[in-house]
Design a protein around this ligand. Structure first.
Ligand SMILES: Nc1ncnc2c1ncn2[C@@H]1O[C@H](COP(=O)(O)OP(=O)(O)OP(=O)(O)O)[C@@H](O)[C@H]1O
Length: 364
C-alpha cells in the first residue's frame, strides 16, 4: 500500500498530488497528459529529489514526513527509465555485477541471478560492451539490472517509449511475464493506453500536477469517458491463458479466466507463427472489432461468436454507442456500434446477445 500527499516544485511547475492511496501489489500505471506531473510524482515517491515535501508511507514504513525523507537507497527501488543509463566502460556482465554489489544484503537471497538473465533473454549479450547495443537490448539489461538489485518496488518511467514497435511488443511480453512471475510491486508511467491495458491492475490518473483519481483497470475501462480511450474508441481487457493449437501454427486459443462467473470463454486468435510465450496473458479487444447479433449466425467468416448479456448502453460519440457486455466468466467486453444499430436491433440492457469478433482482429 502506498499512501501519501506529496509536493515538489521544479522550475515553474508545482506538483501537488493531493491525498492518494493505492495497493502496491501488481502493476500501477501513472497515466495523464504530457506535463501533468507523472515523472515529478514518481521522482518524489522514489526519494530522488530532496525538495520533496509532504507525506508518503509504503505499507507501515514512513518514506517522507515533512522535509524528512528516507534516503532513496534505503527504499530499495529498482528504477528503469526511458533510456537506460548503463555504465559505458563496463560490459553487460560488469553492469550486472555492479548492481549486485550494491544490492541490500539484509533481505535474503532475492531472485536468482541466472533466472533473471534467462528470463530477460540477455545471456548472449553478457560479454558485449554496452556502447553498441540496440534500444531494446539496453532496456532488457536495465530491467535485469533493476531486478538484480533486489528491489521491493520497481518504478519505471516510460520504459518502452523510445523503442520501435517490434521491440515494444517483445518487451511488453517480457514485462507482463517477469513482473507477474517475480511478483514485484511496480509503478509505471506510460503514455500508451495499450500498455496500461496489457499490464496494469490499477491506474492513477494525473492532471494539472495532481492525482485526479485512482481506479482499478476494470473501473477505468468501464466508463465511456475514460482517458484511456483514444480515437480508437472503447477497449476491453480480458485476463486468460494463451494456448497453442496442435498442428495449426497460425492460430492460438485464448481461454479467459473466470473471475466472478462460472464459464470461461474461448477465443481464436490469428498468429504469425513465431514462437510465442503461451500461458497467462491479457488480451486487448477493441470495441470497434466487436459486432453484435441477436443470436448465433450461420455461414459467416467470423470465428468468434461469444454469448453475453448487455450490461449497459452509453453514448460514446456523435452517432456512436458503447455497449458494455458481461461475459459468462464475469469479465467484460465492449462493442462500439452506431446508434442506428441499437435501434435496428432493439438492443437493451439485460438482453442476451452474441458478440462477433474476427480472429484476425485478435493477434496473438
Ligand atoms: N528540472 C526541471 N526544471 C524545470 N521544469 C521542469 C523540470 N522537470 C520537469 N519540469 C516541468 O514540470 C512539468 C511536469 O513535468 P513531468 O515530467 O513531471 O510531467 P509528465 O506528466 O511526466 O510529462 P511527460 O509525459 O511529457 O513526460 C513540465 O511542464 C516540465 O516541463
Amino acid at each position: 500500500m502506498f499512501a501519501g500527499n506529496l509536493t515538489l516544485t521544479v522550475g515553474d511547475f508545482r506538483m501537488t498530488s493531493g491525498d492518494f492511496r493505492f495497493d502496491s501489489d501488481g502493476v500501477t500505471a501513472l497515466f495523464g497528459r504530457s506535463g501533468s506531473g507523472k515523472s515529478t510524482l514518481l521522482r518524489a515517491m522514489a526519494g530522488l529529489d530532496r525538495h520533496t515535501r509532504g507525506t508518503l508511507r509504503f505499507h507501515d514504513e514512513v518514506w517522507q514526513e515533512g522535509r524528512r525523507a528516507l534516503p532513496a537507497e534505503r527504499r530499495d527501488i529498482g528504477m528503469v527509465f526511458q533510456h537506460a543509463a548503463l555504465l559505458a566502460h563496463r560490459t553487460v556482465r560488469g553492469n550486472l555485477d555492479f548492481a549486485a554489489s550494491r544490492a541490500p544484503t539484509d533481505r535474503g537471497a532475492g531472485i536468482d541471478r541466472d533466472q533473471i538473465i534467462e528470463r530477460t533473454g540477455i545471456g548472449p549479450l553478457l560479454d558485449r560492451a554496452v556502447g553498441n547495443l540496440s534500444g531494446g537490448e539496453r532496456q532488457r539489461i536495465a530491467i535485469a539490472r533493476a531486478l538484480i538489485g533486489r528491489p521491493r518496488v520497481l518504478m519505471m518511467d516510460e520504459p518502452l517509449a523510445a523503442l520501435d514497435w517490434r521491440a515494444k511488443a517483445e518487451l511488453l511480453d517480457l514485462f507482463e511475464t517477469v513482473i507477474r512471475d517475480f511478483a514485484i510491486p511496480t509503478v509505471m508511467i506510460t503514455h500508451a493506453p495499450a500498455e496500461v491495458e496489457r499490464l496494469a491492475d490499477r491506474v492513477v490518473f494525473m492532471a494539472d500536477g495532481g492525482v485526479e483519481r485512482v481506479e482499478t483497470l476494470k473501473e477505468a475501462l468501464g466508463r465511456v469517458d475514460s482517458p484511456l480511450f483514444t480515437e480508437e474508441g472503447p477497449v476491453a481487457s480480458l485476463d486468460g491463458h494463451l494456448e497453442p493449437v496442435d498442428g495449426e501454427p497460425y492460430r492460438l486459443r485464448f481461454v479467459t479466466r473466470a473471475t466472478g462467473g462460472d464459464e470461461p470463454v474461448t477465443l481464436w486468435l490469428t498468429h504469425d507463427g513465431r514462437p510465442t510465450d503461451t500461458g497467462p496473458r491479457r488480451l486487448r479487444v477493441r470495441g470497434d472489432d466487436v459486432a453484435l447479433a441477436r443470436g448465433r449466425v450461420e455461414g459467416i467468416s467470423v470465428q468468434n461468436q461469444v454469448d453475453c448479456r448487455i450490461e449497459r448502453i452509453e453514448t460514446s460519440g456523435p452517432g456512436r454507442v458503447a455497449v458494455f457486455l458481461a461475459l459468462t466468466d464475469g469479465q467484460r467486453l465492449v462493442s462500439e456500434v452506431t446508434s442506428r444499430t441499437v435501434d435496428h436491433l432493439a438492443l437493451a440492457p439485460d438482453q442476451p446477445v452474441t458478440a462477433l469478433i474476427k480472429s484476425a482482429a485478435l493477434m496473438g
